[in-house]
Design a protein around this ligand. Structure first.
Ligand code: CDT
Length: 305
């Protein structure tokens, strides 16, 4: 048994004008709760340092837009998280908006080990929403305006005595996300998310948000023999209600722990990474049973135009 005790550190809303200091206070409080609960790793949501700013068209205020990005990691406001990790011996996954020295903007996450060192960084591959202001919507979803598509794909890292990977929000709906990491032996996929309950392009999906959240993450876990830790920023943030329902899912596809609130909450599970073998070495023994030569279309580039 290779046991990793994990905390899904769900957040409630973050106000538009909340300062980094007060947000980091909340994250540190959850890390301490994780430490008290014996966690070696806590997983925070997507864009966990700010409000979900793609809901506003901010072209008339570039200063406000820039204020939501981190230009260094750790930076002056986030250093405290790294120090706390080292003191407590608790690693973390954190979603944030990244502005690189070259001026690239990504929806990113980092993974930090128990000694406070950065293990790896992930830049969101699947960017949902739209590029242009659509004033008829009740709120915007301008991820495609404010971020570039992540160029690095889905890596995995040897950390926390296992093989771990990262994804962000919309990535969880795509089977390729899990499969590309599973082909590299992933044993735990961490996914932070912000999912508004209202989906403007097709409101018939609104009542299914919770079902779809379970469906994709449970399927991703089972079909790839991996743990999945899905962590929300939920609740009503600046008038927009988002799904909570953070959960930890076993390689069997079973939900082993789930949030019961829509606010700041720590959901803990003891994850045996060796459980993955039950699936990776039997039903989903990729070397034995996969037929990649039958799947050519999946990896073809999109048609032009
Ligand atoms: N943050 C994020 O990726 N949210 C999307 C919302 C739906 S698309 C407007 C999601 O897939 O949950």
């Amino acid at each position: 048994m290779r046991s990793l005790r994990v905390g899904a550190a769900q957040l409630g809303p973050i106000a538009r004008h909340a300062g980094r200091g007060e947000v980091v206070d909340r994250l540190v409080a959850l890390m301490r709760r994780g430490s008290d609960a014996g966690c070696q790793l806590v997983v925070f949501p997507e864009l966990a340092l700010t409000t979900f700013f793609p809901r506003w068209y901010l072209d008339d205020d570039p200063k406000e837009l820039d204020s939501y990005y981190e230009t260094e990691m750790p930076g002056p406001a986030t250093q405290r998280l790294f120090d706390e990790a080292r003191v407590l011996g608790v690693g973390f996954y954190l979603g944030y908006a990244e502005l690189t020295p070259e001026g690239n903007r990504y929806n990113s996450s980092i993974l930090v080990e128990r000694d406070g060192s950065i293990v790896g960084r992930y830049r969101k591959v699947h960017l949902p929403g739209h590029e242009e202001h659509e004033p008829d919507r009740p709120f915007q979803h301008l991820e495609r305006r404010y971020f570039e598509e992540g160029p690095d794909g889905f890596g995995v890292w040897n950390a926390f005595d296992g093989i771990v990977g990262m994804a962000l929000c919309n990535d969880r709906r795509w089977p390729e996300t899990y499969r590309v990491m599973a082909l590299q032996g992933v044993e735990m996929v961490m996914i932070g998310y912000n999912t508004p309950l209202h989906y403007t392009p097709d409101p018939s999906q609104n009542p299914l948000q919770s079902f779809h959240n379970r469906l994709v993450m449970q399927a991703g876990a089972y079909q790839n023999g991996t743990w999945v830790v899905g962590v929300a920023k939920g609740g009503i943030e600046e008038g927009v209600e988002s799904l909570a329902q953070s959960m930890i899912i076993a390689p069997s596809g079973q939900v082993v722990a789930e949030a019961v609130t829509i606010g700041d909450e720590l959901v803990v599970a003891e994850c045996d990474l060796d459980w993955c073998k039950h699936y990776k070495e039997t039903l989903f023994n990729f070397d034995r049973y996969r037929r990649p030569e039958m799947y050519n279309l999946i990896a073809q580039p999109k048609a032009e135009g």
